[in-house]
Design a protein around this ligand. Structure first.
Ligand SMILES: *Cc1c(COP(=O)(O)O)cnc(C)c1O
Length: 362
């Protein structure tokens, strides 16, 4: 029985479950977004996010879902007469290429088969032509459960293409996987909060380099809602251009305090530990959809090598335990299934889930 007031426990790769203490943050009395209390909340939150992502550059609190980051990066930092290289390795990275075209930009794609990574060598080969102003990539491709080797790619970019801007979709990676923004030398990266921040949907955290803001000054047609110039100007007052989702910022503030208390190294290893556990189970009972070396630490995409009826299994778990996990995304529906292990999901939660799935398939 479907009842939105008694929703299933979520193991889909976003939104993931939010704990009660996090939900409570969303019900605090609201603040006037031009009053000093808000600026205090904003500054405190941005300062913590800078520590979480190892950056001294700009953090924007954007009231839109993660997809807005695709559009914001392209519209602000690439002029209409410049070319973008969009690397693709699954549904979300492919969508970004579509969005960049929809924004009227000239796009070339560098695509690999779903389940395979985009490598530094491939990007190097493509950029050697000198045609590109910017490159896009996804950190953790949520359709295939694959993490691209972003540290290697970024190192190569720094050495060989320091002038090419780097935009990274970190929607399902941020918090759960290492992301040292300044060291990586990225220009724009972002994540909506319903993934590893473990907050209900409705907001995006974006990290933006100083040079991206500089560049955006001269890019025409930036539009209004995502204009980095407006974001940068209002950030000086610890505000946002338009009314932000204040409750979400309170929840981000709360989650950041927890993350910093735990220590980011520990947060990353906690995610790796959950990932190792789910991957071992997947390799034992099925197979991983991607090469284990590139498997993401925030979700696992399992290849349905036993030919189980995935939709039926999910339905059965929902009926018996009011719990759901994810079917394959798009063209991988029934060929693969996805289990999230990010945010406030615990190893005990996962043990319970895998036990229930086993009971269905054996
Ligand atoms: C979920 C997801 C998105 C889309 O984010 P929204 O918040 O739904 O707009 C984009 N990219 C990746 C990698 C994702 O996992």
């Amino acid at each position: 029985m479907t009842d939105w007031k008694n929703p299933p426990r979520l193991f889909i790769p976003g939104p993931v479950k939010s704990d009660e203490d996090v939900l409570e943050q969303l019900s605090r009395p609201t603040l006037g977004h031009r009053l000093p209390e808000y600026s205090q909340l904003h500054k405190e939150t941005v300062d913590m996010l800078k520590q979480v992502f190892f950056t001294e550059q700009n953090v924007f609190l954007m009231t839109n879902s993660g997809s807005g980051g695709w559009e914001a990066s392209v519209r602000n930092c690439v002029a209409p007469d410049e070319k973008i290289l969009c690397t693709t390795c699954g549904a979300f990275s492919e969508k970004w290429a579509t969005v960049a075209k929809a924004c009227g930009r000239e796009v070339d794609t560098l695509g690999v088969e779903w389940g395979k990574p985009v490598t530094a060598e491939m990007i190097d080969q493509k950029l050697a032509s000198g045609d590109y102003a910017a490159m896009t990539m996804v950190y953790s491709e949520t359709s295939t459960g694959l993490a691209n080797p972003v540290y290697e790619i970024s190192k190569m970019m720094k050495e060989k293409y320091p002038d090419v801007m780097i935009f990274v979709d970190s929607v399902s990676a941020m918090v759960g996987m290492p992301l040292e923004f300044d060291k990586l030398g990225w220009d724009v990266t972002f994540a909506s909060v319903q993934k590893a921040f473990a907050i209900p949907p409705g907001m995006t955290v974006a990290l933006v380099s100083d040079r991206a803001i500089q560049k955006s000054k001269d890019v025409p047609g930036r539009g209004y809602y995502f204009d980095f110039q407006q974001y940068a100007k209002t950030a000086e007052k610890n505000q946002t251009p338009t009314t932000p989702s204040v409750p979400h910022i309170m929840a981000i503030n709360y989650q950041c305090q927890k993350l910093l208390n735990e220590g980011m190294e520990n947060v990353w290893s906690r995610h790796k530990q959950m990932a190792d556990f789910v991957r071992s189970w997947a390799a034992d009972k099925f197979e991983l959809f991607c090469d284990r070396k590139y498997a993401s630490n925030t979700l696992t995409t399992v290849a349905n090598t036993r030919g189980i009826n995935i939709a039926e299994t999910i339905k059965s778990l929902k009926e018996k335990h009011n719990t759901v996990f994810g079917n394959g995304y798009g063209k991988t529906k029934e060929k693969a299934f996805r289990i999230a292990h990010m945010g406030d999901i615990t190893l005990d939660d996962l043990k319970e889930l895998l036990h229930w799935i086993e009971a269905e398939i054996e």
